[in-house]
Design a protein around this ligand. Structure first.
Ligand code: ZN
Ligand code: ZN
Length: 411
């Protein structure tokens, strides 16, 4: 099957809608080495719209795994200065950042979780500017995916490699609305407008809290900060440049009150985190903090992930995705959070997005904290949506409003 048209349409979509690359702007592409041919298509699309220079940040699963298993132990406590300057420098000058996320979901299985934690702590210190500017929309960024064989065979077990790759390409093209007719850019502008209508409806409610229940056993209350803002579709960088941070995206999200979460929540899908699969997650919250974390598989990795820092055991995002939505209806477990989180209502533990509170992008770290937003070096989405999920909203003027009934928007 010749998919040349789809590949080009997809690359154009990421450059023109995902990042909306401007004339004279630099572009950094982080991409697995297997996908070099696709990075070249994206680079060409960027130069077509006047990009100044495309700079590569190559990734490789095999070398990454080798490093975690075989590198000298002190390596995991530091990030080389040149690497920090590379990412921080481009972030400070507002370069566009494309991350092509494609990995074997179990690439780091068997790696010492302590090495993962230490590396993340060291990285967050060295890359503080990059992470802060990303969470505050200081530069336009976009996360997207293309298949690699080690991932495709996990999403389509029982298929040979070539068949799995073809199936995963098909699923991804459907999820990102690329058909090969050259119209993906205009389909996306429409999609972003549709999401915006839902955002407006939620913002007009001025909610005080949400109450989640379903048959898995979830019974969770999430209070929302005063002045919280629901967001979805596209966002604006500091310069006003519109961009879509995730392609695909189906979610409407905001920030919970960091000490206002109580009850129990059960994850509805497995989570791929740091090269490990974590299954059967359940959390108990008290005053915003996870006081009990369990998993049927990967509990050690889960506990390591929420112990990175104080904010890692608190929520930073609450996101709504209808059970009846395009990616969810594929009924495919992608083993890649970019897709799985857009098939399901989700929450994230760790850092909140500054845009989720009125005026947040201009606030300091301390101001965001005192407004009730969580602060952490991590941000990990996990899926909680089910076909029978109920979410009841309570407004600040005392009204009770059904937000989700039987897994879908009731608004
Ligand atoms: Zn989200
Ligand atoms: Zn998230």
């Amino acid at each position: 099957m010749d998919m040349t048209n789809q590949f080009q349409e997809y690359a154009r979509l990421l450059i023109e809608v995902g990042l909306n690359v401007q004339k004279g702007q630099d572009l950094v592409i982080a991409c697995p080495v297997e996908c070099a041919w696709f990075a070249r298509l994206c680079a060409a699309a960027a130069y077509d719209v006047g990009c100044r220079e495309v700079v590569m940040n190559w990734r490789d699963d095999a070398l990454n795994r080798m490093k975690y298993l075989r590198a000298a132990d002190e390596v995991f406590d530091a990030t080389p200065a040149w690497q920090a300057e590379f990412l921080n420098g481009y972030a400070r000058k507002g370069a566009a950042y494309l991350s092509v996320s494609a990995s074997d979901p179990e690439n780091l299985k068997g790696v010492d979780p302590d090495r993962l934690v230490r590396q993340q702590r060291a990285g967050s210190k060295a890359l503080a500017d990059f992470h802060r500017l990303q969470m505050n929309n200081g530069f336009p960024w976009c996360v997207a995916s293309i298949p690699i064989p080690s991932w495709a065979v996990k999403a389509f077990p029982g298929c040979g490699e070539a068949e799995a790759m073809e199936k995963l390409w098909g699923a991804i093209f459907e999820a990102v609305r690329v058909t090969g007719d050259g119209q993906a850019v205009s389909r996306w502008r429409e999609h972003v407008d549709t999401l915006q209508k839902r955002v407006d409806a939620l913002n007009s409610l001025n909610l005080e809290r949400l109450h989640y229940t379903n048959s898995l056993g979830t019974d969770l209350t999430i209070r929302l900060p005063e002045g919280h803002v629901w967001s979805g579709g596209d966002g604006a960088a500091a310069t006003g440049q519109r961009f879509v941070a995730n392609i695909p995206t189906e979610e409407i999200f905001t920030a919970p009150l960091r000490d206002g979460v109580d009850g129990v929540v059960y994850a509805s899908l497995p989570l791929v985190h740091d090269g490990n699969i974590i299954k059967g997650i359940r959390f108990t919250f008290r005053d915003g903090r996870i006081v009990e974390a369990q998993a049927d598989e990967g509990e050690e990795q889960l506990k390591a992930a929420i112990s990175l820092d104080e904010g890692a055991a608190r929520l930073g995002e609450v996101a709504l995705v209808p059970y009846d939505s395009p990616i969810s209806n594929q009924r495919l477990l992608y083993y890649n959070t970019l897709f799985d989180e857009n098939a399901s209502c989700h929450l994230a533990f760790g850092q909140a997005y500054a845009e989720c509170i009125r005026g947040g992008e201009k606030m300091s770290k301390e101001e965001l904290l005192s407004a009730g937003l969580n602060d952490s070096i991590t941000h990990v989405d996990f899926m909680v949506g089910t076909a029978d999920l109920s979410i009841v909203g309570y407004t600040r003027d005392g009204r009770e409003v059904p937000i989700f009934v039987n897994g879908n928007f009731a608004l």
